[in-house]
Design a binder for this molecule. Structure first.
Ligand SMILES: [Zn+2]
Length: 288
């Protein structure tokens, strides 16, 4: 199946009260792991690259070609969207040109009026090519590819103004944080989420920092309109843990255990397993 925009899959998710997982990729192994997890779960999926990961992989064109070609060679039949995560304005435009089917223009750190103007421009250019658009209001705490946010709660009125530009889905700060959650984290603000959902006319909402939010909170967020959940840190953690175990058990020293295809296999399998687990949590299993 060819890459698709994320607009339709998230509209369906919002209506069906489930969420689609958006998993960040970093390389060949992760891309295969995410695709395989989604295929085995018969679930739609969003593969996303941060600007930093795309640079690491050799640029947006490489990411696009990799995902597109793996969909063909692996015989993937579930809907897959390729999405830019936390894109600056110029990166959003570049991804639209290269063939990404979805972009996040993150102007949350800009003055609100500038965020709004640039969002309108990205929407016009993206929609001309059937590319879906995510924007963010109220910066999300923790580390966002080098941007540190304070974890503020988004202003519902600003959310409404950005939603009215015609974007396809909206990320808003509701107490969520990128990276690991601290011990004293006060949890998601369901009041803020409900107020945003109320005022934004059914637009699918996005939960960033989906790693480490307890299941009950995830499910409550979905019931209030969250339709896309970003998972990154947890994939990194399970990949590292499985790789560490392989080396600590000395398996790289047995026979040809140092072969990178063997060395990276446990981590890759761990990412596939996590993707499948999260797809169950989010309720998108069988929804392809
Ligand atoms: Zn994020």
């Amino acid at each position: 199946m060819a890459l698709v925009s994320a607009a339709e899959m998230l509209k369906k998710a919002r209506a069906g009260k489930y969420a689609v997982g958006a998993f960040n990729t970093n390389n060949l192994e992760w891309t295969k792991a995410i695709l395989q997890g989604a295929q085995e779960s018969n679930s739609p999926v969003i593969i996303q690259t941060s600007m930093g990961a795309a640079k690491y992989m050799g640029g947006y064109q490489v990411c696009y070609d990799l995902v597109k070609d793996l969909i063909d060679s692996m015989g993937i039949t579930v809907p897959v969207a390729l999405h830019l995560d936390h894109g600056e304005y110029k990166d959003s435009l570049e991804c639209i040109e290269v063939g990404y089917t979805s972009v996040m223009f993150d102007g949350s750190h800009l003055p609100f009026d500038e965020n709004l103007e640039k969002a309108k421009d990205v929407v016009a250019k993206a929609h001309a090519k059937d590319v879906s658009v995510e924007c963010e209001v109220g910066s999300i705490g923790g580390e966002e590819d080098g941007i540190i946010g304070s974890g503020e709660l988004a202003d519902p009125k600003e959310c409404k103004t950005i939603a009215d530009t015609g974007i396809d889905f909206l990320a808003a700060g509701i107490g969520n944080i990128h990276g690991s959650y601290p011990e004293n984290w006060s949890g998601l603000s369901f009041e803020t989420l409900a107020a945003i959902a109320d005022i934004t006319d059914g637009i699918p909402l996005v939960l960033h920092g989906g790693s480490g939010i307890p299941l009950e909170q995830v499910q409550k967020a979905i019931s209030l309109g969250v339709s896309k959940i970003n998972v990154n840190t947890e994939c990194q953690e399970v990949f590292a843990a499985a790789t560490r175990k392989y080396i600590e058990e000395g398996k790289d020293l047995e026979g040809k255990g140092f072969d990178p295809r063997k060395l990276l296999a446990p981590g890759t399998t761990a990412v596939t397993e996590l993707v499948k687990q999260r797809i169950e949590w989010f309720g998108s299993k069988g929804k392809a």
